[in-house]
Design a protein around this ligand. Structure first.
Ligand code: ADP
Ligand code: MG
Length: 713
């Protein structure tokens, strides 16, 4: 038996010479090419008659409803533009509830007679599409409603060109609905939630005398990922089928030395990153930072924040670009939340804020009125998170993220808010009214000119908090690296909208001076919701105990975490704000649960198959060779070596027995066990396999090892 494919993969990487610096042409980063594959404002202005362009831009930028009479003109211009980019097909591009994106291509080709055709793309093609939705997860929506799904154009996210080796496709961002209008995607509720938040924000800010200004919810999604050499990846059925390694003994060195984080980036990786950025450049996706992350072979890409809807689409495109570019570079990009046990997992930090009339509402202001607005919005967020921590937690659920949350390198499953020392002090002063008594310090009153300047930036960053205020935005760190941000952002928008409305209700009901009332209101809000504020170490073992005392929910795994989606009180919020109907919410619950159960079963199946068909034969073979050697040595009366051989064969034999027993148990559990039991059996089996990895002849171990996958690339 020879399992030397591993060694071949190492040799192949060893034979690969790094490119010389500047060996290739430097990337094209001229401003004319930025966003050239996007049918955005620039293309709209050049390709469309002025009047049509004006109408379309009013929809794209001003949120005006689309004038259907311009659809044919827009489609025609878009087609010519796409053809000039080499596109042969168009597709409605949407985000079904699989968590990924979907596309179905149609050629522009339209036959007009035998061997005769034209290239056509009509307004009808642009605006709507009909597709068979029956193979997308619908969580019960399908059984109640008919199987057809309808895509409709979302003009607020521009069409773009996707390229492959010998062609290109025009992609039109769309929403995806059932015949009766139920949202079958993650974008529809996202857009609805932005509307809800916009309305609530405008209502709240009107109390401060602010005009009805252009508002935008902003998102900057930092994307973490791993890269492994494709040669190793192809030899790991677990990575191939589940995105994570179900086996792998800890290497002596992993991330203890902290020598990878922000380290100098290896040439092969930089070349990869540059190619990713080339692509994103043309798509107008503002890739801003790139760096090595904490775990070996882990990296991060962070774009500059954008309007939420666009930022979500861009994050989906970033993930796809990472995967495709990796493949071209002989690498594989792992977006799973925990591909490797024992080292950091990957998250997607969702930086969220609200911009109103061009001003960031989470930016502590430069005058008392701005400060008052800032503190009111901040309090609204605190109230929302305290009351609905369970809903926010639900959006981070998933089989993959379960391995990450609460492990000692990621935020725990308890949702709390970090404000930083200075801002916490300000909140404390408002709550206790202390500032008024402090001598030598201006009275802390909201909305009057004695408010002390607020800290412009909280420099102390607490990386252990799941929801941290970082100077001018909230950073939600619990979402998983593979997740679509739309779900968590949709919930965040909705609960903040509800909170703002609750504040507006109170303000409107209080007679008398606005500033005095606001001061009182904020004081009450902080008092009522301060339990969710926590600036300490979220990774410490004391925190769950403290959180329990504060009655903060601690929902440890996916089944527990998604339960709040079915809570009638929770559901009524989404219904009230027109974000999701009860049926739509129920369907999301069903899909999340089903997805979880299926993933665990697949992992269990893969674990079993590897243990039985790859690990056991190697161990059995090594054991039987040892047994033969021992009996021969004893027959010959050898004085040395027998002790060593016997000791090893005892360990291998015990491992072999263990393997047998634990495989049987997992097998049984996969037939009728609960997911929790299946996970427990997998963990048990893993312990045995990982112990064997240390014992078995290295040259014959069939699975690429952690020390190889994480360090050789
Ligand atoms: P970090 O120290 O967490 O890396 P950065 O300042 O680099 O923080 O920002 C991280 C992300 O937050 C970036 O994507 C950035 O564009 C985004 N961000 C900054 N300001 C805002 C904002 N007002 N709204 C949303 N995201 C923002
Ligand atoms: Mg960050």
């Amino acid at each position: 038996m020879n399992a030397n494919n591993r060694i071949h993969a190492i040799n192949a990487i060893a034979a690969r010479l790094p490119d010389a610096p500047n060996g290739n042409l430097p990337p094209d980063r001229s401003m004319e090419t930025y966003g050239e594959d996007v049918f955005g404002e620039k293309a709209i202005q050049t390709c469309l008659p002025k009047a049509v362009a004006r109408k379309l831009l009013a929809t794209v930028k001003g949120g005006q409803p689309l004038d259907p009479s311009i659809a044919d003109d827009v489609a025609h211009a878009m087609k010519d533009w796409a053809l000039s980019k080499g596109a042969t097909h168009f597709t409605h591009w949407f985000q079904p509830l699989t968590g990924g994106t979907a596309e179905k291509h149609d050629a522009f080709l339209e036959p007009t007679g035998p061997a005769q055709a034209v290239q056509k793309f009509s307004g009808k093609n642009l605006i709507g599409g009909e597709t068979d939705a029956s193979s997308f997860p619908s969580g019960g929506l399908r059984s109640t409603f008919e199987a057809r799904g309808y895509t409709s154009w979302d003009p607020t996210s521009p069409a773009f060109i996707k390229r492959h080796a010998n062609g290109a496709t025009l992609c039109i961002p769309t929403v995806f609905r059932s015949y009766t209008g139920e949202a079958l995607d993650s974008k529809t509720p996202l857009l609805r939630s932005v509307q809800a938040l916009t309305k609530a924000t405008k209502r709240l800010l009107a109390h401060f005398g602010l005009e009805d200004e252009h508002m935008s919810v902003t998102l900057g999604a930092e994307q973490e990922y791993f890269l492994v050499d494709r040669g190793f990846y192809l030899q790991r059925p677990d990575l191939l089928q589940t995105g994570r390694t179900v086996y792998g003994a800890a290497p002596a060195k992993h991330q203890q030395l902290d020598d990878h984080y922000f380290g100098s980036i290896r040439p092969r990786i930089l070349k990869f990153m540059n190619e990713v950025e080339d692509r994103l450049w043309k798509l107008g996706i503002p890739a801003k930072t790139r760096h090595n992350e904490v775990a070996p072979a882990q990296f991060e890409l962070a774009p500059t924040f954008e309007d939420l809807n666009l930022a979500v689409d861009h994050n989906m495109l970033i993930m796809e670009t990472l995967r495709q570019t990796a493949a071209r570079n002989g690498l594989v990009c792992l977006l799973h939340e925990k591909p490797f046990e024992g080292v950091n997992g990957s998250g997607k930090h969702c930086n969220w804020s609200i911009s109103y009339g061009g001003r960031n509402l989470l930016n502590p202001g430069s005058n008392p009125k701005e400060n008052a607005i800032f503190l009111t919005v901040l309090s609204a967020v605190i109230r929302a998170i305290d009351l609905h921590a369970d809903l926010l937690r639900a959006t981070t659920a998933g089989a993959g993220n379960d391995h990450r949350l609460g492990a000692n390198e990621a935020p725990p499953a308890i949702i709390s808010i970090f404000l930083g020392d200075e801002l916490s002090a300000v909140m404390h002063e408002i709550e206790t009214g202390q500032a008024e008594k402090k001598s030598g310090r201006a009275k802390l009153k909201i909305g009057v000119d004695t408010l002390p300047p607020l800290p412009a930036d909280t420099t102390d960053r607490n990386r252990t908090s799941p929801f941290a205020f970082t100077g001018n935005k909230f950073e939600f760190r619990a979402p998983g690296s593979s997740h679509n941000c739309a779900m968590n952002q949709m919930v965040l928008n909705t609960i903040v909208a509800e909170s703002m409305d609750a504040i507006s209700d109170k303000i409107e009901a209080m007679p008398g001076d606005f500033n005095t009332n606001l001061q009182k209101l904020l004081q009450r809000l902080i008092r009522a919701h301060k339990r969710v504020l926590f600036s300490g170490d979220g990774y410490s073992s004391d925190w769950p105990k403290e959180a329990a005392k504060r009655k903060l929910p601690n929902l440890a795994d996916t089944p527990a975490a998604i339960e709040p989606l079915r809570d009638p009180a929770n559901q009524s919020i989404f219904v009230k704000y027109g974000v999701l109907t009860k049926t739509e919410l129920d369907s999301r619950y069903e899909i999340a649960l089903e997805d979880y159960q299926r993933r665990i079963r697949i992992e269990g199946g893969v674990a079993l198959e590897i243990a039985r068909s790859m690990i056991r034969p190697v161990v059995a073979d090594e054991f039987s060779k040892l047994a033969t050697a021992i009996s021969l040595a004893m027959k010959d009366g050898l004085k040395v070596g027998v002790t060593g051989l016997k000791a090893l064969s005892l360990k291998l034999g015990a491992g072999l027995d263990d393997l047998h027993v634990k495989c049987e148990r997992l097998d049984k559990s996969l037939v009728k066990g609960t997911p929790a039991d299946q996970i427990a059996q997998m963990d048990e089996l893993r312990r045995t396999v990982d112990a064997l990895e240390y014992l078995v002849d290295d040259a014959r171990w069939p699975l690429p090892k952690y020390r190889e996958m994480l360090f050789i690339y």
